[in-house]
Design a protein around this ligand. Structure first.
Ligand SMILES: [Zn+2]
Length: 71
């Protein structure tokens, strides 16, 4: 039986969800999150973010909505 917890990044963007996942070897959620936290994951609340998305203070890249191009 294997029910180890996988922590997933909840960041979504223009091209869909972030594919980052952290596989843990524990079935205890608190332990899994503690492990993730040590690796730089932001798991203190919801949503959870991978290290790449956790500590960024950069603004998201400018995206030009498609509808604006029609004017
Ligand atoms: Zn991510």
């Amino acid at each position: 039986m294997s029910a180890s917890i996988t922590v997933r990044c909840d960041r979504t963007g223009q091209y869909g969800s972030c594919p980052a996942q952290l596989f843990t070897s524990t079935t205890d959620e608190a332990e899994a999150y503690a492990h993730a936290s040590r690796l730089g994951w932001a798991v203190n609340g919801t949503p959870d973010y991978c290290p790449r998305h956790a500590g960024t203070t950069r603004p998201t890249p400018a995206v030009v909505p498609l509808h604006l191009r029609e004017h």
